[in-house]
Each structure stands twice: as C-alpha cells, then as structure tokens.
Design a protein around this ligand. Structure first.
Ligand code: SF4
Length: 377
C-alpha cells in the first residue's frame, strides 16, 4: 500500500537542509551532543539572524533551526562554521550519525571520538543508520532509535550490540570502534540495504545473525529522567521540544549544554533549576504527556494545525498516559504506540487507541473543535 505521506529516507543536515512550510530546516549535529556556552550563544544568535528564531530539538539529540531561507543559508553556514558546528562536507555530516548518552563520562567521550574517526572507513550506510554510545552508568537510550549500540554490561564492561538482538559482543575501549565498523560491514555485506534504506533490527528480524565469538548481555536499561536536577546538572524541557532563540541564549548564560534525545537540555553542573520563561521544569506538567509534531503550517505534509489542539487536550491526559497528535500518518513526533493517537487527514482527525499513527483507527474524520478525550484513557 502506498503510504499517505512522503518517506524521504534521509535526514536533513546543515549543509543539506530540508524545505518545510516555514522555510528551510537546518539541522545541526553538535559533536557528542555538546554545546559550549559560547557555541550555544552563537547558535541562538544565528537562529535569530538567519532563521525565524524557532529551534527544535530532535529525537537524535540534534538542534534544528527553522525559517532559514535560500538567501540566508550561506551566511548561516559561515556563522556555524566559525562556531565549530559544521562538518567539512555533506558525506562527513551524514556519516557522523553518533548519538552519545547525555550522562557521558571521560571514557564515553573518548569512545565517541575514536568512533567518529573510524567512520571514515565505513562503507556507505543508509541515511538513518546510526550508532548509539550508551555507556553511562547503565543503558538509558534503549528506547532511542539506533542500529549499533555500545552499552555497559553487568560488570561495567563494554558490549557492542546490534539493535534487535538482546546480546552483543564484549569489547574494550581499544577494540570497540573497530568492532563497530566490522558490524556495519557485516550489515552491508549480508544485504541489509535495499534501495539505499535499511535498519539493523529489521535485518536481524529477517533471520540474519552476525557471528559473535563471545556474547554478553547489557545491564538492565534505565528509564530516562524527566526535567529536574540530576547528578550531572539541571535537565530542562520545552513545549513540544521547541524553544526560541531567546531561551537558548538564556540557557547559554548558565553554562555548557548537552542536547539530549529526550528533547531536553542538560545544563552542565547547574544545581538549581533555572527560572527562565519557556521552560518546563517538572514531569508533572501536562504538556509532558503530549507528543505533537510541527503540523501545519510548518510542515508541508500536514493536513491540519496540531499544536493548538495539543495544548487544549493536554489537560485531559491523565498522569502516566500519552497522547500523540500527528499532522499526517507519518507520526514523526512519536513513532511508537501511544495510549491515544490523533492523526490529521484531509477529512478530519482519525483516533487510534493503543497504536501508532499508522494503525487502524477506532473513529474517523473527527472535527477538531469537537474532540473530547474524557473517558477514553
Ligand atoms: S508527522 Fe507531522 S511533521 Fe511529520 S511529516 Fe507528518 S505532518 Fe509533517
């Protein structure tokens, strides 16, 4: 069946921006998810000067500047390059698809740096194929998309695990990068890529297995924290993972930042919660129960405005439950199942219970103004 949305199979970058309803989306991949205070301040300034001042956080720990134009893109890239936030070329930018735990220690940073260098030798991989370095105290990124994962075992040792298998191969800091590249090669050589696309878990699900001379299982995964204080600093969230350039500028004044894949920012070392406007500081905030994509007019594929409806319905979502609102069946904001999902279609909103944006609805073509979710959770 032809999907009712466009599957691009590649992700926007800074050098290869993506057209959207409000201009170009320029995605910046801070190395290891880190922004120094100076980089964050410069990024905020660049977003306001060359874009519309809106900044999205992605589910892969990237920062997206919105509202950039063909006329401002080159000057933006110059500013970002001066901040050390631009790769030498599109190939390097695409290859550097490494997600690092926000709770990284020195060993994790070193592993990420070694892997980034080793990726120069990797065969061409699908645009969305990614490496996850989840070597904080315990795995915390298991719910975050990734294909080759480096995690900690029960004894604190390192394990390289293909996504889709419960176990991996024990490695050391010296062998981890080479083994990761070998696993990526195995994926390509055993037919993991079709028409330029492919994910490790799907390849494994088709029955392919890498030869692992020894195996080990990672330590139990932890649930990512909500906004609040953690040993590494202060975690702050934003409505629908979007902030303004003014907010980023305010955060930059507080210290170095780590961009998390949970659409939150960690302010390194801060031991009190900041009081800037535009921040969500508690997991109890009803907006933490709602996932909502850009919707119209910011996304060209959207069939309706999404975020005003999300704001209205947030108060109806009980604690511990999730509501997902999507401008089309692609479901960008929340690829997995949610307790309730509302998907915009040309004829109204479809309602899905306990599924994803692409599952069969229990009600169709609902009028946005009349939607009431009481009693449905
Ligand atoms: S899910 Fe939302 S953001 Fe993604 S393509 Fe559809 S309308 Fe656009």
């Amino acid at each position: 069946m032809t999907p009712a949305f466009t599957v691009k199979g590649w992700c926007p970058g800074a050098l290869r921006p993506m057209a959207s309803g409000d201009g170009l989306v320029v995605r910046v991949r801070p190395t290891n998810g880190r922004l120094t205070a100076a980089q964050a301040a410069g990024l905020a300034q660049a977003a306001a000067r060359h874009g519309n001042g809106l900044i999205d956080l992605s589910a892969r720990g990237n920062v997206q500047l919105r509202g950039v134009t063909e006329g401002t893109h080159a000057a933006l890239i110059d500013d970002l390059r001066a901040l050390g936030l631009i790769d030498p070329d599109i190939l390097s930018e695409t290859r550097r698809n490494i997600l690092v735990t926000p709770f990284a220690d020195g060993e994790t940073d070193a592993l990420a740096a070694t892997l980034a260098v080793a990726l120069a030798d990797v065969p061409p991989l699908p645009g969305k194929f990614g490496f996850v370095i989840d070597t904080g105290p315990a795995p915390i990124l298991t719910a975050t998309a990734g294909d080759i994962r480096l995690e900690r075992g029960h004894d604190g040792g390192l394990i390289l695990r293909p996504d889709g298998l419960p176990h991996g191969i024990p490695v050391t800091t010296e062998t981890a990068a080479a083994e990761a590249i070998a696993l990526a090669r195995w994926f390509t050589e055993t037919g993991g890529i079709t028409d330029g696309r492919g994910r490790m878990a799907a390849h494994i699900a088709r029955g392919h297995r890498p030869a692992l001379p020894r195996t080990a299982t990672p330590a139990p995964a932890q649930t990512p924290p909500g906004p609040g204080l953690v040993p590494q600093g202060a975690l702050v969230a934003f409505e629908f993972g979007q902030m303004t350039a003014t907010t980023l500028s305010g955060l930059a004044a507080l210290g170095n930042l780590r961009i998390t894949p949970w659409r939150m920012v960690l302010i390194e070392g801060l031991q009190t919660l900041p009081t800037l406007p535009g921040l969500i500081l508690s997991q109890d905030d009803p907006l933490r129960r709602v996932e909502a994509c850009t919707g119209a007019p910011g996304c060209l594929q959207a069939h309706a405005e999404i975020r005003p409806l999300a704001r209205r319905l947030a108060a109806q979502v009980p604690p511990g439950r999730t509501l997902h609102l999507s401008g089309c069946a692609k479901g960008c904001a929340h690829p997995g199942p949610a307790d309730l999902t509302l998907v915009a279609t040309p004829s109204g909103f479809d309602l899905i219970q306990g599924g994803t944006a692409q599952d069969a609805p229990r009600a169709r073509a609902l009028d946005a103004t009349g939607i009431d979710l009481k009693g449905l959770f």
